[in-house]
Design a protein around this ligand. Structure first.
Ligand SMILES: [Zn+2]
Length: 389
């Protein structure tokens, strides 16, 4: 008797950070994979920026995958998903080393992103950008804890009671008085894994045993928040905490039940005893690198600090922001719309900047940034900060 085996392809997103709403095979080699996205507490601002799933049983097969579900809403403005048309997803054959698809085809009505490839291995992982899950954060923290000039402190817990960590790096033996205090917050938004790779690059530089790193630790205190949404990193979230709140809005709303993450960090950050020389909040955006801060509201000293930072990053990193630093909008944010950097400036008058890093093709490198580009950027960001302050 002849037995015919048609190897089935299995699709999975049931792993840390995984995100896929549903999938449907149009033919044995043509899959429609729908992105779940995430909406806020009022079921608004649906953001489809994260997907992460695997296909097994694919070695040697030429597959077509149509990604669907890009439609959404941003800052209360609906969109048809076209802002995602330049997406070049990342893929990996070991869930560790990632590269981006060289090509993807954008289809309209409905919005879909079509990938075509021949799989080299049995399992392929596909994600919006190279993932950085809570396991990565925990490995980084374990490394940080072993360094004599670094401390990890729990400042509170998330909605699902995961610890929120603050990393402090400084040489405790160096004189305290002239040290500059720098804050960097990453990953308020779970999909923005690129900012975690950048923060890891910054931490890698700060923990090395070189004259440069020793000097940085002797002259600065670096307060670093690896993520404010550990729950989102586990669940494959996009932009909102488990109760649906945007952790980079709502800084003027103190609600420890709905937003324990903001309630944990706000008093540490904005206390009178916390003198801040520079605050930077890291985010990812689809298509633009930029630094934004209170240039008009903050006066000439903040404007020139921002200019120095921007110039250094344009000259020494692939920061595609030659047009210079963006100013804040003149109007005061509505209730519940304060971002962390805007709030820090309002409460402390410190130079507080938003730093956005694009995930689509960066014209200066001709492709989406890789994890190595992010790691290098993070180190250069520390050098830019030290040079600018
Ligand atoms: Zn963000």
């Amino acid at each position: 008797m002849l037995a015919f085996f048609l190897a089935a392809i299995s699709v999975s997103a049931t792993f840390e950070g995984g995100a896929l709403r549903s999938h449907e095979w149009l033919s044995p080699t043509h899959l429609v994979a729908t992105i779940p996205g995430q909406s806020d507490q009022d079921n608004r601002n649906h953001q489809p920026s994260w997907f992460y799933f695997s296909l097994s049983g694919v070695r040697g097969q030429t597959l077509t995958i149509d990604l669907a579900g890009f439609e959404g809403e941003y800052n209360y403005r609906p969109h048809d998903g076209r802002g995602h048309r330049n997406t070049r997803p990342a893929f990996s054959y070991n869930n560790k080393d990632w590269q981006h698809f060289a090509e993807a085809e954008w289809l309209e009505s409905p919005s879909r992103l079509r990938l075509r490839f021949t799989a080299r291995e049995d399992t392929i992982w596909i994600a919006r950008i190279p993932p950085y899950t809570l396991q990565h954060v925990d490995q980084l923290l374990a490394r940080v804890r072993r360094h004599p000039h670094a401390q990890v402190r729990e400042i509170g817990r998330s909605v699902e009671k995961r610890p929120l960590h603050l990393v402090t790096i400084t040489d405790p033996a160096a004189p305290a008085a002239p040290k500059k205090h720098v804050w960097i917050v990453a990953r308020q938004h779970a999909w923005e894994a690129g900012t975690s790779w950048a923060l890891e690059g910054a931490i890698n530089l700060l923990l090395t045993d070189t004259p440069e790193a020793r000097r940085l630790r002797a002259t600065h205190v670096f307060s670093l928040v690896p993520t404010l949404d550990p729950d989102g990193l586990v669940h494959g979230g996009v932009r909102f905490n488990r109760h649906g709140y945007d952790l980079n809005r709502n800084w003027d709303v103190r609600d420890p039940t709905k937003m324990p993450e903001i309630a944990a960090l706000e008093p540490v950050l904005c206390s009178k005893s916390n003198k801040i020389d520079l605050f930077i909040d890291l985010h990812n955006t689809e298509s633009a690198d930029f630094l934004q801060g209170p240039l008009t509201a903050g006066g000439p000293a903040i404007r020139s600090l921002g200019d120095r930072l921007n110039r250094h990053l344009v000259q020494h990193a692939n920061f595609n922001a030659a047009a210079g630093v963006r100013d804040y909008p003149a109007e005061t944010p509505a209730k519940g719309r304060y971002s962390i950097d805007h709030w820090v400036f309002k409460q402390t008058a410190a130079p507080a900047f938003l730093l956005e890093l694009m995930v689509d093709t960066n014209p200066r490198i001709g492709r989406p940034p890789h994890t190595n580009d992010r790691l290098a950027f993070g180190a250069e960001l520390i050098r830019a900060i030290a040079a600018a302050l």
